[in-house]
Design a binder for this molecule. Structure first.
Ligand code: GAL
Length: 356
């Protein structure tokens, strides 16, 4: 009888443990926007790895650029009992309610790379100097066309990121802070006349949308002999689409092709670094996602252990309800001259990733 009782108790205990998933509650919920871009995969995986090394349990999810999916995934993380949420938002205005629910459950929130607007429950923000990113892009064009020594005029078209991502405005304003004087002086001409960020934005950072817009710009403004000399593109995924549109309209590297314009980018994605090596894209901006992950992990650990996260900016990022204390990392310019040093020697990509 005693044996049967003991066996029954052991069986029930095992069942309860199994039902609770081993009895452990996740500590951290990481909500990333999409796997469509390799950077977010690296961001998510770097954080997960670093948290697990510290002994924390992590839920990592990707919302495939669907706002409702992201809200549901975050809600689910809160229900599962996470103490910290690290979120790269798809739409900066859609998380107000879910973050209130999170706060009511005692969860603290770190905005990851993208600022979350209209919520008083964003404790910290880990990102890069986003205005500085834009300045690097603008200077890439200024130096690429050698505006200091060339009279021009040169034709340029402008692209911006998703209008629901605050970074879009920082990148665009940073770039325009150095390009605008050359537009004003007439050295740079935007033939389409589309110079306002709302006219040049690209919803969801979608490369196909950028490709169609570039096609339309060429048809409408460059079909009677005018040539595009530069394209401001704030993201490698857009640059890929822009390059395709240009190539299918006679731009290229061949003797009979119209020379490729100076095209910028961001994120140092593998496919785009290859485009730089092949000569189709001029530059990209390298933001070391391992470092950003490290900053977010360090912030989360501080919150979990009751200390104050290190920040280096308390002025720049107002989310509509106040300034969010931030840690800004430094972005780096990458082109044909330094990609190996920046991306291979730093260990960001393995040697042999690219074909030379
Ligand atoms: C931005 C980010 C960029 C780029 C873009 C598209 O928020 O700062 O580096 O990744 O999203 O994913």
């Amino acid at each position: 009888m005693k044996k049967i009782m003991a066996l029954t108790i052991a069986f029930v205990a095992l069942f309860v443990l199994a039902a609770c998933g081993g009895g452990s509650t996740p500590d951290i919920g990481i909500s990333m926007p999409t796997t469509a871009s390799t950077r977010w995969i690296s961001d998510g995986e770097s954080m997960k790895e670093q948290f697990e090394e510290l002994g924390y349990e992590v839920i990592l999810e990707y919302a495939q650029d669907n706002i409702t999916t992201q809200v549901n995934q975050i809600e689910n993380m809160v229900t599962q009992g996470v103490k910290i949420l690290i979120i790269a938002a798809i739409d900066n205005q859609s998380l107000t309610n879910v973050l209130s629910e999170a706060a009511a459950a005692g969860v603290q929130v770190i905005a990851y790379d993208r600022l979350i607007l209209n919520s008083e429950h964003v404790s910290y923000y880990a990102t890069f100097d986003n205005f500085g990113v834009g300045v690097l892009m603008g200077n890439s064009i200024i130096n690429g066309l050698d505006l200091a020594n060339n009279a021009g005029p040169f034709n340029i078209e402008l692209f911006a990121g998703s209008p629901d991502d605050s970074n879009t405005f920082f990148f665009f304003n940073g770039a325009m802070s150095v390009l605008q004087p050359h537009i004003d002086s007439g050295k740079l001409i935007v033939r389409s006349g589309q110079t306002d960020v709302t006219q040049v934005a690209t919803l969801r950072w979608d490369g196909q949308v950028a490709q169609s817009r570039m096609e339309n710009l060429i048809t409408a403004h460059y079909s009677t002999g005018e040539v595009v000399h530069a394209v401001l593109s704030p993201y490698d995924g857009l640059s890929i689409g822009i390059i395709s549109a240009l190539r299918s309209n006679g731009y290229g590297l061949g003797a009979n092709d119209i020379p490729m314009p100076h095209i910028t980018g961001q994120d140092a994605e593998v496919a785009s670094v290859q485009q730089i090596i092949n000569g189709f894209q001029s530059s990209t901006i390298f933001k070391d996602t391992r470092e950003l992950a490290r900053v977010a992990v360090t912030m989360a650990e501080a919150l979990l252990t009751g200390s104050t996260p290190e920040i280096n900016d308390t002025e720049t990022y107002d989310n509509g309800l106040g300034i969010v204390p931030s840690y800004l990392l430094v972005p780096f310019f990458v082109d044909i001259n330094n990609w190996r040093e920046m991306l291979i020697d730093s260990g960001y990509y393995e040697a042999g990733t690219f074909t030379e």
